[in-house]
Design a protein around this ligand. Structure first.
Ligand code: SF4
Length: 247
């Protein structure tokens, strides 16, 4: 008994008591801030391999960004990554940060479907579909349920069968080969259900955007309830996004 008590005392609290208010440290890269300092704009745009930076005004699309940090290394006076991990949103356009507008990422509570608010506030079972993913976001989704981040305390869990799920979390750019299975898994989930895109590849295709081997046509007919940026997404970004959607 004393031995067990010693182990418990030694381990301390393994879980994060408040996932809403964690102070992360660099090198974690979260929400970027763009200053009004004048720089060679074309050089700034050209440095991004994913076309995540655009002009007039200079904007930074977190749905396309791989968070490689190259733009901030080359133009530190212009772009700075904060450690703000609350970067998920239910609107795609809210993932775009503009020059001089360094605000928190907005979540449009009014746009959340009524049945989502009413049904999933205390329990949310999700089926994860890796549609050509590289196992990075998948690993972080697994970590979101570990003893540290413990999203299970909010009733959010993954389930093996889509029949037992309330929604799908997609990772990966949605390859041709996975487009059909993703559709089957989505159709197998009873209504009401949610559809979540996790990670840059799922949100925009990422580095695979122009590949002929992806088939993202499913996104034309399904409304996305939550976009979780990151490459891969941080567990705190995942948990906070799901809580914003369902609480
Ligand atoms: S951090 Fe994002 S925006 Fe900057 S260069 Fe990398 S991918 Fe592009």
């Amino acid at each position: 008994m004393i031995k067990e008590a010693k182990v418990i005392f030694h381990n301390g609290k393994q879980y994060i008591p408040d996932v809403r208010n964690v102070k992360l440290k660099a090198p974690f890269r979260g929400r970027p801030e763009i200053s009004n300092v004048k720089v060679d704009e074309q050089a700034l745009i050209d440095i991004c391999p994913l076309g995540a930076i655009s002009l007039n005004p200079i904007s930074f699309d977190m749905g396309k960004c791989a968070f490689c940090g190259e733009c901030a290394f080359a133009f530190p006076e212009k772009i700075k990554f904060t450690q703000d991990y609350k970067i998920s949103s239910n609107k795609r356009e809210n993932l775009i940060v503009k020059e001089g507008e360094n605000n928190f990422i907005q979540f449009d509570k009014e746009a959340i479907r009524l049945e989502v608010k009413k049904t999933f506030g205390k329990s949310l079972k999700l089926r994860q579909v890796s549609a050509g993913g590289d196992n990075s976001c998948e690993t972080e989704l697994g970590a979101a349920g570990n003893a540290n981040f413990d999203m299970n305390r909010y009733g959010i869990e993954f389930t093996a069968s889509p029949r037992h799920a309330d929604g799908i979390v997609v990772t990966g750019p949605i390859t041709e080969n996975m487009a059909g299975p993703l559709r089957i898994a989505y159709d197998a989930i009873p209504e009401p259900k949610i559809f979540v895109l996790c990670g840059v590849d799922a949100i925009s295709g990422g580095v695979f955007t122009d590949s002929e081997a992806i088939d993202r046509s499913i996104l034309k007919d399904i409304k996305v309830d939550l976009f979780i940026p990151g490459n891969p997404s941080h567990p705190l970004t995942i948990v906070n996004g799901l809580l914003d959607l369902t609480r």
